[in-house]
Design a protein around this ligand. Sequence first.
Ligand SMILES: [Ca+2]
Ligand SMILES: [Ca+2]
Ligand SMILES: [Ca+2]
Ligand SMILES: [Ca+2]
Length: 240
Amino acid sequence: GRCSVSIEVVDVNDNFPEITISSLTSPIPENSPETEVALFRIRDRDTGDNGRMTCSIQDDLPFVLKPSEENFYTLVTNGALDRESQAEYNITITVTDLGTPRLKTQHNLTVTVSDVNDNAPTFSQTTYTLRVRENNSPALHIGSVSATDRDSGANAQVTYSLLPPHDPQLPLGSLVSINADNGQLFALRSLDFEALQAFEFRVGAADRGSPALSSQALVRVLVADANDNAPFVLYPLQNG
Ligand SMILES: [Ca+2]
Ligand SMILES: [Ca+2]
Ligand SMILES: [Ca+2]
Ligand SMILES: [Ca+2]
């Protein structure tokens, strides 16, 4: 006799979901509107619920997943990123199938944010008041100004300069000089309290970004009196 046996193979959930990254863009520049960071495909070799998948990333990140074609997703930024707040993100893509038990596959991506020159140097004070005793030696270091820049690289490299004085009569260039690299100020010549008791000028700090950003601060120099004039004595008139 002859009999036929039909065998039905029942799927068991023995395949983990797979993730294939087809493109990744990193770094991405800060301040850009919604930007595509990665494109990937997910796949599960099982059938039915064992092969059906859900896909997610952490929800505290400024990134979202967008399904494109079937089983393809793009990872995009959820608006502009600020490098000065966070320069690197670790994103975990999690794909879970709906089988019993559920099988899960994860893939980690690191996305860095590149710098744009969006911060001007900031002076530590808006006004610096420096006191110098008159009759100082020429080239005396009379004080320093300092500015910092939150950007990175050349966008954060600060150069100092003297700005043209508001008072055109003030011979600023012969009174003081500034070290462009570190903001140190020097009196170029001996100051005389009797001739000049105070003067002020503005200093600039510019970064090396393109375009460069800059800011300014006011420097007030007070010349202190030294007792360098002999008392002028009026003798009482002698009558007689
Ligand atoms: Ca599976
Ligand atoms: Ca920024
Ligand atoms: Ca920046
Ligand atoms: Ca800058």
